[in-house]
Every structure is written in C-alpha cells, then in structure tokens.
Write a protein that binds this ligand. Sequence first.
Ligand code: EPU
Length: 425
Amino acid sequence: MPQQLVITGGQALNGEIKISGAKNSALKLMCAALLTEEPVTLTNIPALRDVDTLCSLFEFMGATCKRDGSTLTIQAKTLGVRAPYELVSKMRASVLVLGPLMARFGRAEVAMPGGCAIGDRPLDITQHGFERLGAKFIFEHGMMWVKNKLKGAHIHLRLPSVGATENLMLAATMAEGTTVIDNAACEPEIADLANLLNAMGAKVKGAGTSKIEIEGVTRLHGATQAVMPDRIESGSYLIAALLAGGEKGVTIRNSPNFAMQAFFEVIRSSGAVFNEVDESTLFVPHQDRHFTAVDVLTDYYPGFATDLQAQTMIFATQCNGISKVYEKIYENRLMHAAELRNMNAKIEVVNPQLALVHGQAKLSGAHVRCTDLRGGMAVVLAGLVAKGYTTVHDIQHLDRGYEKLEQKLSALGAKIERVESEAAA
Ligand code: EPU
C-alpha cells in the first residue's frame, strides 16, 4: 500500500543528527566489487532503496550480497553479463555495471534506462568513451549489446559527466595499457571510488581532478572500504536547521564539510549563521531568520550541487527579496516549484531552468507530492515550517536516497509520521 508522510509544521528542531553514507558513492563502490571474484566489504552503507535495487540486480547477475547492518559484502565469483530492463529502469545508476562487465568479460548486455523526471539524461558521453577504448555497441530491442577487449586510450569528455567518468574508470582498471580521461568529473564520490579501486590493486591517479590516468592491471582483488558521508543529506539538514532550529541549535555530525563549500557560500551570503566546528561537524545556532535573497547557479563540482537546488529553493522562500535559481545541469529540474506553490510559495518559473523565488512566503500545509528525490526533500522541508499539516505523497522517491528520514527528523523534535494511504485519506 502506498505510504505518505504527514508533517505537523512549526516544531522547533534541536539536538544532534548524524549523516549517513553517501548514496552516490555507495552505488559506485558496489559496482567496483563486480571487478573481482573476491569479496569486497563496504562499511557505512546507507539503508536505501537504491542500494537494495542494486543488490537485486547483482543477485540476478549471479553475485552474492550479504548485509549486516551498515556493512555489505559483495562477492561476484560468477557473474552473468545481462542487466535487464526491469531492474535497470528502476535506477539509472545500474548502467554502471557496464564498466565492470567490459573490464572482466569484454561483453555486456545492459538495458537502456530511458529518461527520468528531471530530464533526458542521455548516455552519449559514456558510449563515446567506451568506443575510444575499443568497445562496439549495438542498440536493439531497448538493450545495448557491447563487446570487445578494451585497450587504454585518451578520452576527452564533452561534459564532465559523473556517470561516464565512473563507468570509464571502472572499465579502464583492467584495460590493456594506459587510459587518460580528460575533462573528467571532479566530484568527491569519484575520489572515493578511486580509493577503493586502488585498494583492490588498480592504478588510478588524479581522481577528483579533471584529468584521471589509469594504468590497466590484469586482475583486481578484494578489499574493504567505508563509504564517504553524504554531502547532499548534510546540506538538506543544514537547511532544515536554519529554517526550523530552536534555542539550543542543531549539531550535524559526520558531515563532509570539505565537499560543501560552494553551497555554504551561497547559504552564508543570505546572512545565515552556522559554524564548521571541525572538518566533519556543523553547528547551527538559533537564527534571527532575517535572511536576504540568494543567487543559486548549479554547476559541476566544485560548483553548487544540483542535488541541493530544490532544498535551497525552499530556503529562498524564507529570504527577504527575490532569489534567482538557475539549474544548469538538468533541463527539467524545477518541477518541485509547482508543489511548493501549492503550499503558498511565490515562485515564478521563467523557463524550465530558471525560477524567481519571492521571499518571506507564509507557507501553509497542503497535499503535495515528491516530483523526484530532491524535490521530495524540498516539500518535506517546506512542511517543517508551514502552518498546519502537510501530507507528502509519492515518498518512494525519498526512500531511494534519505536514510531513516522521519526517524532522524523526529529525533530533532519534528512531528513527522509515515502512514499508509488509507489512514491518511
Ligand atoms: N549527460 C549527457 N550525456 C551523457 C551523460 C550525461 O548529456 O552521456 C548530461 C545529463 O543529461 C545531465 C548532465 O550531463 O544533464 C549531468 O549528468 P551526469 O552524468 O554528471 O550525472 P549522473 O552520473 O547521471 C549523478 C548523480 C545525480 C547527480 C549528478 C550530477 C548518481 C547515482 N547520480 O548522476 O544524483 O544529480 O551526478 O551531480 O551519482 C540525485 O542523487 O538526486 C541525483 C540525481
């Protein structure tokens, strides 16, 4: 039965919250485990639907996934080369099995994931990169059939695509010779992936910069690594604390502060106050909430993360003046604006990538839905400060990427409850 979240707005948040392992790192580290027959153990794995979906895909392909709390051990002793539509379409990151399959077997049959709520999300950059490594693609019946033994090459990416960089890194670890990826994505999750690959015996240099060099090796072995903390989860709770923090304030622990600087700069430009207590702790004191309007321009890392755009839009509704939100990465990632408008936010969507947010909105609770994972978090944040009750629908999106969302917010003092559809009707 579908579930919903019911939030009673206006409760003050106080206390401590601990950030979980990053979804967008965990999924990639899991894919790296397919490169070896030996077990790979990952700690700090978040309990998320996307992690479960990827485990189901791996199990379908013949690998074993053993979960013990936040520890996950994957062993791909034997592995089929087919990733079917039913599983790939649930989560685009499943396409990352292409790299390991090509590295290990020189063959892969992966369903095309199609577009999603936030845009088309083509795979041309990934395809071009694999072709530079010598792969041959056939697209038929909604599948990509890819084959050939890979050889190191110089690859220039048209855009610094996160997924393409990671897929090519995975593939190049066991390609013959040296691969150079130019204009590579620099996201911290890519450095996390390189750390695991190197611990497995790969030779990857420069991950986290725009030039990555990979010297192919003949085999990789098992290893253990902790998943880095989730910068997007941390940023989401930082906004919650700024908008709803009480007298005692909110401490955010296990936050990867180094990876959040562009976001911090925008938030601080509003006059909001928070302290980077140390490299992994934030303290958000009670605010006077006289924030001024902000300018948000999403960009590739180290720019402002697109995955924090929706949450920052709700912050902007509480600032004084008109904030500009420009979404550069995706062509259709302002869908949450319509949901927020249902709650009395004054947001003009000038075009599918630009919104003007009129500040000091008096939000009121309403029935709203999660348009996607991050848009979902935006309506939850709105619900925390809105007057009255907010019922959040389509929360399967939130379950993909926020571990123990309502437990974490409740522990801070929020009134947020998960209910079955019928009870909420
Ligand atoms: N793009 C192309 N061609 C390609 C690949 C990408 O045109 O071949 C375009 C995309 O359409 C998009 C842009 O380039 O407009 C960025 O795509 P990228 O490949 O960098 O993103 P991704 O790997 O598909 C990851 C995260 C996203 C996050 C982006 C950008 C994972 C599993 N997903 O996606 O996370 O928005 O990087 O930082 O790591 C989320 O967590 O909510 C989420 C959507």
